[in-house]
Design a protein around this ligand. Structure first.
Ligand SMILES: Nc1ncnc2c1ncn2[C@@H]1O[C@H](COP(=O)(O)OP(=O)(O)OP(=O)(O)O)[C@@H](O)[C@H]1O
Length: 225
């Protein structure tokens, strides 16, 4: 689905990621961990084409991302749902309208495999909050709304950037379960988190590989986690 071959990325004059290689196979579940500032968000941005590698090759759906024109890049972005670290909503619109925005922008009327919008919001536990305005939502509700918005176009890949960053343990587990469910529906999932206890808790629920960024390199974490 997404493959990085010797990808490096440099902001200004400081190299952040150095010769990173990884392949996200269809239907796989990966965690991405590493200290704050190690480059997790940057790696995710590379995966959805918000940044292009400084060197190396990144391909998505068998296409070299650096060769894509604007339309092809837009198509790629539709196949990759992103839960951003600091999810933003439009405060003057309802929760349902915010979640439906990608549908409107893409000119589509149908929803994801969850059926209609109400069904999707019920799936994330927000079925009674359709008319709420974003400022009225709790942190956990915002994160679940962000997840619903990320999957409304039925992407093949879901990238989640610290979706459990500002929520308690119970809500973290709930978000994890939703991502596991998406994976069981066949989606390829990359879940960035610094929360190692959550990764340990996930081990009994799913077979996932754990990638760790350390000193600009990407490694497969082992039993030491
Ligand atoms: N647009 C940018 N310009 C310059 N430096 C940047 C930019 N974006 C990020 N950085 C720097 O790159 C480094 C990695 O940032 P990144 O957000 O990818 O790390 P992270 O592992 O996701 O961190 P956290 O866990 O704190 O979210 C940080 O030092 C950050 O300041």
């Amino acid at each position: 689905m997404i493959e990085l071959e010797n990808v490096s990325y440099t902001y200004g004059d400081g190299e952040l990621l150095s010769n990173v290689s990884v392949e996200l196979q269809p239907g796989s579940f990966h965690f991405l961990t590493g200290p704050s500032g190690s480059g997790k968000t940057t790696l995710l941005k590379l995966c959805y084409g918000a940044l292009l590698p400084t060197s190396g090759r990144l391909s998505a759906f068998d296409q070299d991302i650096s060769t894509l024109d604007r339309d092809q890049m837009a198509l790629l972005r539709r196949r990759v749902g992103v839960v951003h670290q600091n999810c933003q909503f439009l405060d003057h619109m309802t929760l349902a309208e915010n979640v439906a925005l990608p549908l409107m922008v893409s000119g589509r009327s149908e929803s994801s495999e969850h059926g209609d919008l109400t069904e999707l919001l019920s799936w994330v536990g927000l079925g009674t909050r359709l008319d709420a305005r974003p400022p009225e939502l709790s942190g956990g509700e915002r994160q679940r709304a962000a997840l619903a918005r990320a999957v409304i176009l039925s992407p093949d890949v879901v990238l989640a950037d610290e979706p459990t960053g500002n929520v308690d343990w119970e809500m973290s587990q709930r978000l994890l379960r939703l991502l596991i469910e998406l994976n069981r529906m066949g989606k390829t999932v990359l879940f960035a988190t610094h929360d190692l206890s959550l990764i340990r808790a996930a081990k009994s629920q799913i077979q996932a590989r754990v990638l760790r960024i350390s000193q600009r390199k990407l490694q497969l974490a082992g039993a030491d986690l």
